[in-house]
Ligand binder design. Sequence first.
Ligand SMILES: C[S@@+](CC[C@H](N)C(=O)[O-])C[C@H]1O[C@@H](n2cnc3c(N)ncnc32)[C@H](O)[C@@H]1O
Length: 288
Amino acid sequence: MTDFDPHVHEALKREIVGVYDRAARSYDRVGIKQFSYYANRFVEKLDIAPGAQILDVATGRGALLFAAAEKVGPTGRVIGIDLAPNMLAETAVEIEARGLVQAEVRKADADTVTFPDHSFDYILCGFALHFLDYPHALVRFRQMLKPGGVIATTHPYVPTDNAENFERWKWLFTLTREVFPPDFVPPASWIAPNRLNTPDRISAALREAGFVDIAVTQEEAVLYFADEEDWWQWEWSQGSRFWVEGMSPEGLVHFKTAAFARLQEMKEPQGIPMLDGALLAVARTPGG
Ligand SMILES: C[S@@+](CC[C@H](N)C(=O)[O-])C[C@H]1O[C@@H](n2cnc3c(N)ncnc32)[C@H](O)[C@@H]1O
């Protein structure tokens, strides 16, 4: 049985979407806000022309959607799809508040979403491809792109080869594991990013789906938490929520108390620094 067994995958999807739905209010609005940080940097690199037609798959709070909407301007179109109602509601409010006639969100499952062939110049997917049945979804994304159209996906990447940062934050990995029994095996939903966490794995998935001119680049940045409370809000606002939601009440108290003591020792004048990384994959459909 693989992760993409339909029954296993549907159950995983319900868990994943549930966690992000509960996180939606604070997602990318507290802590290091790495999703909009990388979305802005990566959209800058894509050279998107005014008038372009774009699909943002698993849009969340619209980090890529808003960056792309600025590029396409009022003559273009950016459609964001997601399955989490609270993500969709928050993003719709922001589209309205910003007066963006070129952007909209729709509730749709990225695993089965269908637009006519050759509908889009770009398909974007930020930090979410690993949650999908991507071997099948990528083939459909290729068909929905125009010939020569571009897919751009971002992926979490932990800069473990940076010894200083690794030493600085090692306690967090140890402390998180300490809260669970020694033989605890994290559920597949908690560790889904591991499916696509190296340039080789991402390139292989894109190649197997028929994309060409594949390039994967790596970025790192030191981003800052304002203080330990800001870090705590962040823990609940993104992927680490899988872990904190899974802790027992006593485990959670121990985790928070021990973490706050370590974070206070790490404070610098600008805040609490974290070296964060991301991978950007860009590829084209043949032709064009
Ligand atoms: C880590 S967030 C990424 C959000 C956004 N792309 C960004 O870069 O900040 C993952 C998002 O994927 C969405 N998601 C997960 N599985 C999905 C599916 N099958 N269809 C649509 N959205 C899905 C979740 O609801 C969540 O909003």
